[in-house]
Design a protein around this ligand. Structure first.
Ligand code: CAA
Ligand code: NAD
Length: 284
């Protein structure tokens, strides 16, 4: 595997912007691509804000922060990713949309490039099947917010090579992350365990067992979680939570993974969480 110098991140939402920031802070040339100009404009602001927070906490020097901001480039032009040694996909959690993008990535990216997906739940084997290079396709699942959370979950598809796995693991470690490995089953490790808990919190609210505040305080103070499950769902995005529950339900075939009707209704109403200013809680 050639040395990794340039990383392209597809999708400038909350995850993609955090991943591009990590890449730039750790010395890589980083491209952030999106199809939506407004998303890139929001990403520029959130990356500057996040880097500034790290500088003010003394976790990043002024010099590194300046270098990182200089190494980051933003574009709407997919062709720019032809210079990347690794492409990390972080677009919407839809198998259909991701497969379409992987088909495109395969055509544009250099033949040696690794195509990684930050998917929360979708089969890496199926995403890889949209490309002519399944050996170089892998799951590289960061946690939200990527600059802060210490874990990357790596998922090998049916054909992922050892070379791709080793290079991806080394990259995650260069980002300062601890790596866990998961086999390619719906939701992998973290979301297979986390999302049913969040879904159960919605059922607890839906069936009137307790208020949203009491559910969250119960889990924060009762189990020492930094956020309650409903607050965390708003932080992740209710659309993302619902998409993951649907993948778990379809992929694991057990009714215990059926999404709570209240979660479905919030998403139908556009209450997607913090990113929309309203979810379970109102942030406006
Ligand atoms: N950039 C830079 N710094 C950030 C940041 C960001 N984006 N977000 C938070 N921080 C830093 C702050 O500077 C602060 O640093 P210190 O501890 O040194 O003071 C620290 O994080 C805490 O920040 P705040 O006081 O503002 O907020 P908080 O105490 O509520 O912490 C949090 C924020 C780190 C997000 C914390 O609430 C937390 O850990 N929540 C749970 C997050 C979690 O579970 N993530 C995983 C979700 S599941 C997933 O990601 C997988 C999936 O596929 C859905
Ligand atoms: P988001 O909604 O914040 O951002 C998605 C971005 O992708 C948007 O800016 C959108 O314009 C862009 N996009 C959509 N289609 C595109 C395309 N074809 N090409 C380029 N850009 C496109 O979503 P997010 O929360 O950042 O999630 C992104 C991915 O990361 C999903 O697969 C999600 O499951 C995964 N993930 C999310 C979290 C989380 O907590 N939100 C955590 C880990 C992993």
């Amino acid at each position: 595997m050639a040395e990794i110098k340039t990383i392209a991140v597809m999708g400038g939402g909350q995850m993609g912007s955090g991943i591009a920031q990590l890449a730039a802070v750790h010395g890589f040339d980083a491209w952030l691509l999106d199809t939506d100009y407004n998303a890139l404009s929001r990403a520029t602001k959130s990356i500057s804000y996040s880097i500034q927070r790290l500088v003010s906490k003394g976790q990043l020097s002024q010099a590194v922060s300046k270098d990182a901001l200089g190494r980051l480039r933003y574009t709407l032009n997919l062709e720019e990713l032809s210079s990347a040694d690794v492409v990390i996909e972080a677009i919407v959690e839809s198998e259909e949309v991701k497969k379409k993008l992987f088909l495109e990535l395969d055509k544009i990216a250099k033949s040696s490039a690794i195509l990684a997906s930050n998917t929360s739940s979708i089969s890496i084997t199926r995403l890889a099947s949209a490309t002519s290079r399944p050996k170089q396709v892998i799951g590289m699942h960061f946690m939200n917010p990527p600059p802060i959370m210490k874990l990357v979950e790596i998922v090998r598809g049916a054909d992922t090579s050892d070379e791709t796995f080793n290079a991806t693991k080394a990259l995650a470690e260069r980002f300062g992350k601890t790596v866990i490995c998961s086999r390619d089953y719906a939701g992998f490790v973290v979301n297979r365990i986390l999302m049913p808990m969040i879904n159960e919190a919605f059922f607890t609210l839906y069936t009137g067992v307790a208020t949203k505040e009491d559910i969250d305080v119960g889990m924060k103070l009762g189990t020492n979680h930094p956020m309650g499950p409903l607050e965390l769902a708003d932080f992740i995005g209710l659309d993302v939570c619902l998409s993951i529950m649907k993948v778990l339900h379809a992929g694991l075939g057990d009714n215990k993974y059926a999404p709570c009707p209240l979660l479905v209704q919030y998403v139908d109403a556009g209450r997607l969480g913090r990113k929309r200013g309203i979810g379970v809680y109102d942030y406006q």
